[in-house]
Design a protein around this ligand. Sequence first.
Ligand SMILES: [Zn+2]
Length: 191
Amino acid sequence: MENKILIEISARHVHVTDEDLLILFGKDTKLTFKRALSQPGQFAAEERVTLVGPKRSISNVIILGPTRKKTQVEISATDARNLGVDGIIRESGDLRGTPGIKIVGPAGEIDLQEGVIVAKRHIHVNPEEAEKYYLNDNEVVSVHVINDTRSITYHDVVVRVRDDFLAAMHIDTDEANAGAIEPGTYGRIIK
Ligand SMILES: [Zn+2]
């Protein structure tokens, strides 16, 4: 059974709808491809926005493409504290009852009513990989990482199986710092 999984660190980012993209960047704007992400079809865009919270702002926040059906802001718990919004841990897309925030772009701004989350740590796999790892969609596992300084076991890691996924675990920058995780680190899945 395969149990080694690549751990990738997700920095704060925003997903936008087509409509919100036009408000933020002006009409006829399309996201500009900057670099591919590990998940097929997903990419980091050149476009940047500023998040304006009740307490502080964070500028230069990256947008990930392609555009989505709902605008969603993914930040760390530290970011949430700095911005002055609740850091609610949710799976991507599960936005009901989450805080809103003001998003400012070069052409306009949006008062997002809800959609700010601290992403729940998760594993992406496609169905073939899921079989190889003996994982099921929505299963919750632990992932253990051994290093010289801050070995750590992440519990409550939710598995997401989809045809267009490739095996990788995603954690945010707070979680990475807690375990001194560097790019290219692998963890061991524990069931
Ligand atoms: Zn992910």
